[in-house]
Design a protein around this ligand. Structure first.
Ligand code: ARG
Length: 461
């Protein structure tokens, strides 16, 4: 056996460059155990259809078990002459079971339904592994948010000081997209749990096999309703690539904050030695390489998604060899995240924050201006007017070189008589934060609720 599955109508072998182009064992071998699992289920289908006797069936299963053991211990590996994972494994099966028995397994299936099924099986497992690592990162953010509960910081829009917020509120704002990523993985799994096995090349099989039973044997919920769709569609592969890219983007945005916070100029956060690197020339440096690699890899994950979509666009039905290009970008996105996520979790979990510096900066840049306006609104002043009055306070402070919290009662009534001394109660960072106490707000009591809500959501996933 040459590991080639299609010799019959050909008089000569493939040209060397043709074979080099066609070959996929260097990346599809990671699907070998899924292929063997599929073969076991398929042997059962052939047996139930009367195409394998009881003895042949049990000999086939024994041979497949033996082949799997050889794959696992490395004694069986693809040869140079093998085109793809399917061909290599058939060669292995023939070696173990002999040509008569081994040669019966391919009846009623095609590499087209095989590869579509294996990819779904692989993705279900791989996405579950990513899920575990994402959950760990959410937990690290949750733990830090608990540790720093009540610590204020400047909240920013346009990177400018906007309003004071709780550090925990900000950390949890990075946790929520990751919670949704976990929900995306769960939702995707419902669609992945549909088996293409039995679709054969594109039209289904004439051999009386039961795809539903094969699907259940492989841990799928059901089998595809349309054999053409089952072999030709890769929208689920693209969806997985999207979820992986979205996780990359979420890590990148978190990382960008860490990079800024760790600068001398911000000075909000310190990176632990174990999760940062030095410079070969500048002895003082401590660089946020984990965060930078996260930001960089996000670009790569986006590239994998857009490359896959570009491959799919314009493909006629049903199977086309272009589809072989689906695997490398997906495998790469998964491999990258499985290396990246534990490092980001380590970095986040060991960050220490300079809470004094953040508290001191929280009221700067006139970030309490909205609190003056809101206070006036509660005193029945229309917001348009309140906005003007608060703006006048900012103008006054800017001219005097002071902050809003420095304003004296005399200065306040001088700006507008409606600014009675009671306004001073909201002109503090704590007063400002505590006053934002609607659901989802930055008030510490609400952030405490968020911590519980994340724990509950994670428990349900
Ligand atoms: N290596 C192929 C892939 O990854 C398997 C299916 C090949 N089918 C075929 N008819 N050439 O898509």
């Amino acid at each position: 056996g040459s590991g080639r599955l299609w010799g019959g109508r050909f008089s000569g072998g493939a040209a060397e460059a043709m074979f080099a182009l066609s070959k996929s064992t260097q990346f599809d071998w990671r699907l070998a155990r899924y292929d063997i699992a599929g073969s076991r289920a398929h042997a059962g289908a052939l047996h139930r259809a009367g195409l394998l006797t009881d003895d042949e069936h049990s000999a086939m299963i024994t041979a497949l078990d033996q082949l799997e053991a050889a794959v696992v211990d490395g004694s069986f590996a693809p040869a140079d002459s093998d085109e793809d994972v399917h061909g290599a494994l058939e060669r292995g099966l023939l070696e173990i079971a002999g040509a008569d028995l081994g040669g019966r397994l391919r009846a009623g299936r095609s590499r087209n339904d095989q590869i579509a099924t294996l990819l779904r099986m692989y993705l279900r497992d791989a996405m579950a592994a990513v899920r575990v690592d994402v959950a760990d990162l959410i937990q690290a953010l949750h733990t830090q948010a608990t540790r720093y509960l009540g610590a204020p910081m400047p909240g920013r829009t346009h990177l400018q000081h906007a309003q004071p917020i709780g550090l925990s509120h900000h950390l949890l704002a990075h946790a929520w997209p990751l919670v949704r990523d976990l929900e995306r993985i769960r939702d995707l799994d419902r669609r992945l749990a549909v088996s293409p096995y039995g679709a054969a090349a594109l039209a289904g099989t004439s051999l009386g096999l039961d795809p539903e039973q094969t699907a259940r044997d492989l841990g799928f919920a059901t089998s595809v309703a349309n054999s053409i769709d089952g072999t030709a569609a890769r929208d689920l592969a693209a969806e997985a690539a999207y979820v992986l890219a979205q996780i990359g983007v979420d890590l990148s945005r978190l990382s960008e904050d860490v990079i800024l916070w760790a600068t001398h100029d911000f000075g909000y956060a310190k990176l632990d030695d174990a999760w940062s690197t030095g410079s070969s020339i500048m002895p003082q440096k401590k660089n946020p390489d984990v965060a930078e690699l996260a930001r960089g890899k996000a670009g790569r994950l986006i590239g994998n998604l857009s490359g896959l979509l570009a491959t799919l666009k314009g493909l006629p039905l049903a199977y086309n060899r272009d589809l072989q290009e689906d695997k490398e970008p997906l495998f790469d996105s998964i491999d990258q995240l499985l290396v990246l996520l534990p490092a980001v979790t380590g970095m986040v979990g060991t960050l220490t924050f300079d809470t004094d510096k953040m508290a001191a900066q929280a009221p700067q840049g006139f970030s309490l201006a909205t609190d003056i306006a809101d206070w006036l609104v509660r005193a029945r002043v229309p917001f348009r007017e309140a906005h003007e009055i608060s703006g006048a306070c900012v103008r006054y402070c800017e001219a005097e070189g002071i902050e809003l919290s420095d304003l004296t009662p005399e200065q306040l009534t001088g700006i507008d008589p409606r600014l009675t001394p009671e306004v001073l109660t909201v002109l503090t960072v704590q007063g400002s934060i505590d006053s934002r106490n609607g659901r989802g707000g930055t008030a510490t009591e609400r952030v405490r609720e968020q911590l519980d809500e994340i724990t509950e959501r994670l428990a349900k996933l």
